[in-house]
Structures are given as C-alpha cells and as structure tokens.
Design a protein around this ligand. Structure first.
Ligand SMILES: N[C@@H](CCC(=O)N[C@@H](CS)C(=O)NCC(=O)O)C(=O)O
Length: 212
C-alpha cells in the first residue's frame, strides 16, 4: 500500500482543508500531522521555519523534501498522482483556475478569514472577547467578497465553470466557515447561489468529513 500523503498543519486551517479535499478527490490516503522526520515540530518554531520560510501551513512533507504553499501542493498532487483532475488542460481554462485560486486564496481569504474569522478563533478583545467593532467594520469587505463569488457562480455550478477545480478547493473552506459564523450566515444567505454551492458541497463524499 502507498504511504499516506503527509500534510503538516492543523486540520482546522482552511488551506490545510483544501489539500485534504484534494487527497479525498484523488483517492489518496493522507494524514494531517505536526511531526517532521519523526519529531514533533511546534508551529512558528525554527523547525517550522525550516519547512516554510514564513511559518505558514500547509506544508506537504514528501520523500524529496517539503513543499510549502497550497497552490504548489495542489499542482504537485495533480502532476504526481492520478485521480480526479483539479486543473483543465486547455491553457485559457487553466489560467482561469490559477486566477481564481489566487483571488480566493488572497483577496477573499483576506476579507473573510484574516479580518473576521480569525477574530472569532483567536479573540483579541478584553478578557478574550471578540472585538465586535473590528468585525462590524469588516462587514463591507465580507459583502464584497461574497458578491464577487456570487457573480462568478451566476452561470455555472463551480467557480470556473461546469467542473470542480483547484480554485473551488481553495474557496470552499472559506465559504464553509463564514456561512457557519453568526455574522457571516445572514450575509451568505443573501446570495442563494453561494448558499446552494456550499450546502451541496458539504454533502459530497470528498468534503463531508472535512468541513464544519
Ligand atoms: N499563501 C499560503 C497561505 C497559508 C496561510 O496563511 N495559512 C494559514 C492557515 S489557514 C497560516 O499558516 N496561519 C498561521 C500564521 O499565519 O502564522 C498558502 O496558500 O498556503
């Protein structure tokens, strides 16, 4: 039996989840770990910096060495293994997937994960409370990000057309989290297609044990 794919990082991370879903889709056994070469490596330590210069996750731990950055990991899984295709072969269609991977992983992530969800996960207010003033100030950014996604899903079931791609894998965990958040839920509900998108995906085999 093939050795499981090893993903360094916590399983609550949106980007770790993207890689987990890719493994599920491709039928690859995988494990999410905080061990590197048999040793426990805590986050934001020199050991972490040795495999990601900015101490981010996920990092794919391969026999040839570590691979940091989600997009690089998804490409590696696509090129190294078979299973479900995450990237189209047509150059224009592939460029769209690259573009929407970037838009989702940089801009949507910034508006939704960095500015809002992290405040709920790691509250920085007095006595560990959520700074609701910061969250409320971030609502227009969430609304903008959701409108961008809703427009892109207006004519197709997935972010780049009729097929699920790597771009969806980056976006899905972000939408899943914000739809499950008390502030985000009513904002997502304003976009029926975004709500349908996430509700449908949550029931799929590749996602149902990973999301929520
Ligand atoms: N560009 C990176 C972003 C990775 C990233 O920001 N991951 C978050 C978790 S979702 C992280 O490492 N957070 C810990 C930190 O910023 O220290 C990628 O696509 O992999």
């Amino acid at each position: 039996m093939t050795a499981p794919i090893r993903i360094y990082g916590p399983s609550f991370s949106t980007f770790v989840r993207s890689v987990m879903m890719a493994c599920e889709l491709k039928g690859l056994p995988y494990e999410v770990t905080t061990q590197v070469d048999g040793e426990a490596v805590d986050f934001h330590t020199p050991g972490h910096k040795a495999i990601h210069p900015y101490t981010k996750f996920p990092v794919l731990l391969t026999e040839k060495g570590p691979i940091p950055e989600t997009v690089a990991i998804l490409h590696y899984l696509e090129n190294e293994y078979g299973g479900a295709k995450l990237y189209p072969t047509d150059p224009y269609a592939q460029a769209q997937v690259e573009a929407w991977s970037g838009i989702s992983g940089i801009y949507v992530d910034f508006e939704i994960v960095r500015k809002v969800l992290l405040e709920f996960i790691f509250p920085k207010g007095e006595n560990g409370t959520v700074r609701m003033d910061k969250v409320e100030a971030a609502v227009p950014g969430i609304e903008n990000a959701l409108s961008v996604v809703a427009d892109q899903l207006a004519d197709y079931p997935f972010i780049c057309g009729y097929e699920l791609t790597a771009a969806d894998l980056i976006l899905i965990p972000i939408i899943d989290y914000i739809e499950g958040n008390e502030v985000g839920k009513p904002l997502v509900a304003k976009h029926e297609n975004v709500l349908n998108y996430i509700q449908t995906i949550r029931q799929q085999d590749f996602a149902k044990d990973i999301l929520k």
